[in-house]
Design a protein around this ligand. Structure first.
Ligand SMILES: *Cc1c(COP(=O)(O)O)cnc(C)c1O
Length: 565
């Protein structure tokens, strides 16, 4: 049964959350925005009414005043004109990168916070915003299955959220080693066996190096971060910015589906332990940036649990779910197959997690989150400022990498959690449709014999494909695909029929590329694979009412170009 033929009232009601490609819901949002503005003006007027006005009607009529107002109006017109050239990300024709429409609850939440402009660095500068942030964090923790006592904060995005995990994981490792410094433990035991002493301090890295040298007669050359080779480049940034250097990233092999290979993970951990090389953290990815694929998080967690059981070692397990985190709303819905379901259900056992509301949360930029299961891991590093009156462990300012932080992301997320719901009936319904749309696209390509081949991943709503028209060798496929890329992708600012993105899988995807060649009977004469990439996030990609069926449209569009290649 085609899931798009049925339009149950619950399905139709999802349309109330978005403005619509033709601004169909504009009356609703216009009224809400006006209500918000009026409320805000009223708030100002009634806060200190005894102060009286500061701008009089006469002043507003003075020629120079009128001039300035006129000039601002003109610049607004110019700005609007400039933005009419902006990339139309709202359109279902946009299927390129990880962004699309934003939801109306999110936009309204953002606007309210923007007009009141709190600074969530502390309760001194944000009376309401900080509480909204805690609420929004609580909702996200509930979605992924973290306990109520978990904690976290909003960041400007996934990159900073990953940095937040990095610095805490590193600090925890330094703390354990340092607090075990007077014990008679082997180096590995001292690194990973959590002592009973309080972890509430930040040992200086230099002190710890000196100690390692003195006690273990070892040159210390940095702890290793174990990441899948599908990692987002923010991990390379973290390694170089926070001083371990990119050479201390250990990239775990990917299997033929582009997932972290658990066997290789085990091998890499064992190698570190044999060489007495400290492990800073182990990262898995939920929704890879390239292909939206899901790592076997349950199996990775089992490997980590094994070290706890056998050696009493603890490793920090961070899940980079910047893209795929919201799929957790479907973890108990029976929607995904067993392996994906298990992976989603296992994220609650991780130490920390990154989720970007500004990706699949349909929230405006800039909105990322860092969530930490245990409070003691979250609060394990601290930097205070003398001029901010921080309330101990209530204000997050001393613990966040960023200083001033807006409440807009939190307010947007708060609103979407309340209005749409972070469960299978809310976000779950929206995301299910995006997965159906992706499947529909691939099916139509097959049915219409479009000469495209799709890469096999543990997929969500992103697809990667190459042109295989009359090709016998991978080099021919790469050539054809790059021709298609140059037809479909350009940086010129003009309206295009459809918008795509591209990627080039390299040696790190060796097993996936081999599998791709095998399935498409290609001679593998090159190491890389050029791909077209499409992200199906838009809630209106398939709509019964729209005159254009965008999936038919995009498949026919691709076919027409491939014909000319
Ligand atoms: C997008 C992404 C990031 C980075 O997020 P930003 O918000 O762009 O900083 C990190 N990890 C993964 C897996 C991502 O997809």
């Amino acid at each position: 049964m085609n899931p798009f033929d049925i339009c149950k009232p619950e399905e139709t009601s999802l349309k109330s959350f978005f403005l619509g490609p033709q601004s169909e819901n504009k009356h609703f949002i216009q009224n809400e925005i006006l209500k918000i503005l009026n409320h805000c003006w009223q708030w100002r007027r009634t806060t200190y009414p005894e102060d009286g006005v500061s701008i009089t009607h006469e002043e507003q009529l003075e020629p120079l005043f009128v001039d300035k107002i006129h000039s601002t109006k003109q610049h607004v017109d110019e700005l609007l004109e400039l933005f009419s050239q902006e990339l139309p990300k709202f359109s279902p024709r946009y299927m390129g990168h990880m962004f699309s429409e934003i939801s109306m609850p999110a936009l309204l939440g953002h606007l309210v916070a923007l007009l009141h402009n709190p600074n969530n660095v502390s309760r001194e500068s944000s009376w309401v915003g900080v509480d909204l942030e805690l609420e929004a964090v609580k909702e996200l923790c509930k979605m992924i299955g973290y306990p109520e006592s978990s904690i976290g904060h909003f960041t400007s995005g996934g990159t900073i959220a990953n940095f937040e995990a990095f610095i805490r994981a590193k600090n925890k490792w330094l703390q354990i080693l340092y607090s075990n410094k007077d014990n008679d433990l082997s180096f590995n035991d001292a690194c990973y066996i959590q002592g009973s002493s309080s972890l509430n301090f930040s040992p200086s890295e230099i002190e710890v190096y000196k100690h390692i040298k003195q006690k273990y007669k070892k040159e210390y050359d940095g702890a290793k971060l174990i990441v899948p080779s599908s990692k987002h480049y923010s991990w390379s940034k973290a390694a170089s910015i926070f001083g371990i250097g990119e050479s201390n990233l250990i990239s775990v092999e990917l299997n033929k589906f582009g997932q972290l290979c658990v066997k290789d993970l085990q091998k890499q951990i064992d190698r570190c332990l044999e060489n007495q090389t400290p492990i800073l953290a182990i990262v898995s990815v939920l929704g890879t940036t390239e292909l939206g694929s899901i790592d076997p998080i349950d199996e990775i967690q089992s490997v980590i649990n094994g070290y706890k059981k056998n050696y009493n070692y603890t490793f920090w397990h961070h899940i980079d779910a910047a893209y795929g985190g919201f799929f957790a709303s479907l973890k108990d819905a029976g929607f995904f197959n067993i392996s994906k379901t298990r992976a989603l259900q296992a994220i609650q056992h991780s130490t920390s997690i990154t989720i970007d509301p500004h990706k699949l949360g349909y929230v405006p930029y800039a909105s990322g989150t860092f969530l930490c299961k245990e409070k003691e891991d979250y609060f394990n590093h601290e930097i205070s400022a003398p001029y901010v009156d921080f309330q101990q462990k209530k204000d997050l300012g001393p613990y966040t990498l960023e200083g001033s932080r807006p409440a807009t992301g939190a307010a947007s997320m708060f609103m979407t959690a309340k209005c749409i719901g972070l469960n299978e009936n809310g976000y779950g319904q929206i995301l299910k449709r995006t997965v159906h749309v992706k499947n529909e696209f691939e099916n139509q390509c097959r049915e219409k014999h479009t000469p495209l081949a799709f890469v096999k991943t543990i997929d969500t709503n992103i697809t990667g494909f190459a042109v295989i028209k009359n090709c016998k060798k991978l080099s021919e496929v790469n050539h054809m695909t790059s021709l298609l890329q140059s037809h479909c992708l350009s940086y010129e600012k003009h309206k295009k029929p459809y918008y795509f993105s591209k990627t080039k899988l390299g040696k790190n995807y060796k097993n996936l590329i081999e599998n791709f060649c095998l399935q498409n009977k290609l001679d593998q004469d090159e190491e890389h694979l050029n791909l077209m990439r499409m992200t199906f996030m838009n809630p209106f990609s398939i709509s019964k009412n729209s005159k254009t069926n965008h999936i038919n449209g995009v498949v026919d569009y691709l076919a027409s170009i491939i014909q000319t290649l």
